[in-house]
Design a protein around this ligand. Structure first.
Ligand SMILES: C[S@@+](CC[C@H](N)C(=O)[O-])C[C@H]1O[C@@H](n2cnc3c(N)ncnc32)[C@H](O)[C@@H]1O
Length: 274
């Protein structure tokens, strides 16, 4: 029977003929044991997260997510990451884990937004002269962002619209009634943007991200910069990786650069030009 210690696909050995399937060594290597231990640790965090009554910030969830991030940001080598993702069950564990992490992140953002709304201190403005248009399919996120913009004094330079970017998952498109308030006055004028920042969870895997980027490229003016988020190595457990390949060129982009953090920051940043 197969175990999680076995990579999902057995590869032909270079010295054997192509039809020979090589079984994994009966004594696991140090790399295999460490990868399996990491898999179990991540699975334990996932199990604990699924038992929480709420994903809103609190001591228990904070400790679990800190542990998860610490597990994923270690500088494992490339061979290790490759082996880890080839373990049976690793991909499906990541696919179950990411929506939970995304929901918890949303709760964290809501918590801080509400805290800022309730405080008397003023915030610093990093983009003093920029006009910002915030697109989101979640009308609740937009409502709280709009209140925050008002509270922080950006309201004159910020507009909002409730739209599905990329149009891949139409079932999740905002209902007309919900989005009316944000759509009527500020439908997005895609051709007017100089830079588009794409949130990390827009597209839950590389191919859906590229599909969305392709649809975005058709709406944007040539020369527009698109800043997309990605992840490298085992950080890919937490956020989907945007693969840099010819598919991005076919989607209508030039890849200008990628920055991969070695700090506690989880996401990589990829800069593209239409
Ligand atoms: C980290 S938040 C971004 C900040 C948010 N726009 C705000 O108002 O602060 C990520 C957001 O992406 C939105 N999102 C994910 N996929 C999307 C899509 N395909 N189209 C539009 N919004 C999407 C989610 O609803 C979520 O609120």
């Amino acid at each position: 029977p197969s175990s999680a210690l076995e990579p999902a696909v057995s590869k032909p050995h270079p010295q054997c003929n192509h039809n020979t399937i090589v079984t994994p060594p009966s004594t696991p290597t140090a790399l295999a044991s460490t990868a399996y231990q990491l898999f179990e640790d991540i699975r334990d965090v996932y199990a604990a997260l699924t038992h929480l009554p709420s994903l809103a910030p609190g001591p228990e969830i904070n400790a679990l997510l800190t542990r998860l991030v610490d597990l994923c940001i270690q500088p494992y080598g490339e061979a290790f990451s490759k082996y880890f993702f080839s373990l049976q069950g690793a991909s499906s564990l990541c696919e179950s884990l990411r929506p939970l992490c995304g929901a918890a992140e949303g709760e964290l953002e809501r918590y801080w937004a509400e805290r800022i709304l309730g405080s008397s201190s003023s915030s610093s403005d990093r983009y003093r002269s920029a006009y910002i248009h915030n697109i989101d399919r979640d009308v609740c996120a937009l409502k709280i962002s709009a209140a925050l913009a008002q509270r922080c004094g950006y309201a004159a330079r910020m507009t909002f619209s409730c739209e599905e970017v990329g149009g891949i998952d139409e079932s999740r498109s905002p209902s007309a009634r919900d989005s009316e308030e944000f759509c009527v006055s500020h439908m997005s004028n895609w051709r007017s943007f100089d830079v588009v920042f794409l949130a990390a969870l827009v597209g839950m895997n590389s191919s859906s991200k590229i599909q969305m980027l392709a649809s975005l490229a058709r709406k944007l003016e040539r020369g527009t910069l698109v800043v997309a988020r990605s992840a490298w190595g085992v950080r890919g457990v937490l956020y989907p990786v945007l693969e840099l390949s010819n598919d991005l060129l076919d989607a209508g982009y030039e890849v200008l650069g990628a920055v991969h953090p070695w700090t506690k920051v989880v996401n990589s940043v990829v800069v593209l030009r239409v």
